[in-house]
Write a protein of this length. Structure first.
Length: 237
């Protein structure tokens, strides 16, 4: 048996099962962070499109700041600043002990903030792409605001936003490799540990690349299917 294959064996003699568990953690973090990011993005888009004075500026500050600095710095700021913020809030209620935020919460929070900034622009652009004539026609038919939002705006925004959100998902999935710095054992962290233990970094980093490629390829198929479903019945020019 080739040495690289024995290193990736399943069980106590290899690292195959550990790498797969790392991939599952990566997928878990990416799914939760992306979902929270879409929620943040929807709120951010509403803020940026708001006519309330000052709110669009706050949205601009958020998206410009998060998209303008490296993602790793954002992760470090949340990792080191999150605990201090939690302790400051706790002191207001009389708690004086040390509070440490676990690696999973830190990773999900950081990636959610990053994903949310990009999702904000995607959703804002999708809202602006909805033909105004459809909104006016719905109002002319006597639709309530809620019905218009549910039956006209949301389906159209979802259709326009899906390609962009697919890109945000890929970004979020690959950014999970950065949260290894906070100690979360995902694909990259597991690859570091395995390569350090076996002195075979090439084998494990190539394995990590294959796992990421498998996840992104599967994701492409899922989003392509979602786009086909969302565009059913749409007449193309």
């Amino acid at each position: 048996m080739p040495e690289w294959l024995s290193l990736l064996a399943w069980g106590d003699t290899g690292w195959g099962d550990e790498m797969v568990r790392g991939a599952l953690v990566t997928l878990q973090v990416a799914v939760v962070a992306f979902a929270l990011g879409v929620v943040i993005g929807a709120g951010g888009a509403a803020v940026k499109l708001s006519r309330v004075p000052g709110l669009p500026l706050l949205g601009d500050v958020y998206t410009t700041l998060i998209r303008g600095i490296p993602d790793l710095i954002t992760i470090y700021i949340i990792f080191f600043g999150g605990g201090q913020l939690a302790m400051s809030v706790a002191r207001l209620f009389g708690h004086t002990g040390y509070i440490e935020i676990d690696a999973l919460t830190t990773g999900v929070s950081a990636l959610s903030v990053i994903s949310g900034a990009y999702s904000t622009e995607v959703i804002r652009g999708a809202v602006m792409a909805v033909p105004k004539g459809q909104i006016e026609a719905a109002k002319a038919c006597g639709m309530s605001r809620w019905t218009l939002f549910r039956r006209i705006l949301v389906p159209q925004v979802a259709r326009y936003a899906l390609p962009g959100l697919g890109n945000v998902w890929q970004l979020t999935l690959k950014d999970t490799s950065l949260i290894s710095v906070v100690g979360l054992t995902e694909i990259m962290r597991q690859a570091f540990v395995a390569s350090g233990s076996t002195k075979q970094p090439f084998t494990f980093f190539v394995s990590a690349a294959v796992l990421y490629l498998a996840l992104t390829s599967l994701s492409n198929k899922v989003f392509n299917g979602a786009e086909i479903w969302a565009n059913r019945g749409v007449r193309r020019a």
